[in-house]
Design a protein around this ligand. Structure first.
Ligand SMILES: [Fe+2]
Ligand SMILES: [Fe+2]
Length: 295
């Protein structure tokens, strides 16, 4: 049974619309250290909607830049290659969700809400932790469950057949999916992102966010996405749950990750979790990001 499921899922991944050619070109340019700012501008300028998206996001509260960016030339210089790449990838992911929204509105909206919350949480953690790009972690959080979008399209009753949360946390989800479908959403997502030629770091954080201990690269980055994922589930849970309870749950159910935190010098305390949740509640309440993309 799972084998026929795998074939159907892989067919859906392979028939998923490719990224627009401009996005692919931008990925090539920003991934090549020899590229110039002029080449990046030449790739972006002919695509009006992409130019609008870059300026809108660059000037949004999300970036919180002190000075307005008025042109693409300025955006490339001020923001740099990596930020431009992150903006364009974010826009591409938003478009994919929008494209399929009409087919399964309720479930895709729920997945979207979780993905957006996880992106915001990962960005908040990055802001409080040295050495990570907030916009890079935002996109990592936003796409971490993109495999579920494929599963929702392949199996419209996906959410009713696989419970999303067990005991507050999405801990046993990937093994339940493996049992039912023969493949879990994290691996489905990684396959799609590889096909889309997404940067290696983002493919890995998506593919291993339920088991960072098995990640072949970028384990620390994946650990942050896992933490953001768990906090996103907790914040939408009906039960009030505080920072210490969240830490206790994580330590109990993900001992491998707890050991990895130590190895990578992540000493997250109850206070850190409370601070992240406070920032997250305020980001969700002002909904600034949704206004940018929903127009
Ligand atoms: Fe997941
Ligand atoms: Fe998730």
């Amino acid at each position: 049974m799972p084998h026929s499921n795998i074939a159907s899922i892989i067919k859906h991944i392979d028939s998923f619309p490719p990224l627009p050619s401009t996005v692919i070109r931008v990925l090539e340019i920003t991934g090549d250290p020899e590229s110039s700012a002029h080449e990046l501008m030449q790739a972006v300028l002919p695509d009006q909607s992409m130019c609008v998206a870059i300026l809108k996001i660059a000037n949004s509260a999300f970036f919180g830049r002190p000075r307005e960016v008025c042109s693409i030339e300025e955006a490339v210089v001020v923001l740099g290659f990596q930020e431009i790449r992150n903006i364009i990838l974010t826009q591409a992911v938003f478009s994919s969700f929008r494209k399929f929204r009409n087919t399964n509105k309720h479930d895709i909206d729920a997945l979207w809400q979780h993905s957006l919350t996880c992106g915001l949480t990962a960005k908040i953690i990055a802001t409080h932790t040295t050495g990570y790009s907030p916009s890079q972690l935002f996109i990592a959080g936003l796409i971490h469950d993109i495999g579920k979008l494929i599963l929702l399209i392949s199996f419209p009753n996906y959410y009713s057949s696989v419970p999303e949360i067990s005991e507050h946390l999405p801990l046993s989800l990937s093994s339940e999916e493996e049992e039912k479908f023969g493949i879990s959403h994290d691996k489905v997502g990684m396959r799609l992102l590889n096909r889309w030629l997404f940067p290696e770091q983002l493919c890995a954080s998506t593919g291993y966010h339920h088991h960072p201990e098995t990640a072949p690269i970028n384990t620390e980055f994946t650990l942050i996405v896992q933490m953001a994922d768990i906090l996103s589930h907790c914040i939408h849970s009906n039960e009030a749950i505080n920072g210490q309870e969240i830490l206790d749950l994580i330590k109990k159910f993900t001992p491998e990750s707890t050991l990895l935190w130590r190895r990578y010098n992540f000493y997250w305390q109850e206070e850190d979790i409370e601070n992240w949740l406070t920032d997250l509640r305020s980001d969700l309440a002002n909904g600034a990001l949704l206004n940018i993309f929903n127009k």
